[in-house]
Design a protein around this ligand. Sequence first.
Ligand code: CDP
Length: 238
Amino acid sequence: MAFKRPDGRSFDQTRKIEAKVGIIKKADGSALFSFGDSKAIAAVYGPRQLYPQHLQNPEKCLLRCHYDLASFSVTERKRPGPTRRSSEISYVMTKALEPVLHLQNFPNSVVDVYIIITQADASTRCAAINAASMALANAGLLMKELVSSVSIGKVADAIVVDLTKEEEDYTITKEGKEEKATTDIPLAFLSRSEKLSLLQLDGKIKLQELKQAIAAGKKACVKITEIQKQTLKKIKEK
Ligand code: CDP
């Protein structure tokens, strides 16, 4: 039987997107981005002098992302504090955002990006990248382009945009056994050069389907970039 999305969305549709900037007055830049019930808040501090001094690089600024899934954001309470998962996401987020910044302009400095997931229903790293990209722009940092992110899933045989937790956990029965039927592919695109700055893949997929997934992600990211730009423009006009 063909796969139907539990929330009735078409395969190429994201959940409802909410985007805001300037939500944390104390920060140099901040933003909120949500895909349905997955909500990320990002706050940027810097560029500022990096301490301890031995971490300083005289050739460029250090970008540090700190992703945190709040313990109240998920149904099964998560212990507060960092995990292997949060370290991995912080690392891949940093790599996804680094290419758009002029880090060589700020030697011996650091830009810290703190991201808290206040509600989680899958694709939180994508919501986090979108929020962080907007927060960096809101901090007035010179950026070559924006970074836009979305997750693509292969659920049963369907290629769908912006996975929910229910879709991530989708199973099928094969030879009497329940098995995972979802491949989760978080992607991030640079808005102008259209380069990929994040591609992760959890599951199995054929090359042709992966190409289809990347094309679907690119199309969704064009729409996400437009939302990010419009949101950033609104605050400038205020
Ligand atoms: O959130 P994302 O899809 O980027 O990352 P994931 O590691 O694939 O996690 C998928 C989802 O699992 C999260 O968005 C949460 O909804 C859920 N999760 C959870 O309930 N408890 C955790 N400790 C970690 C994740």
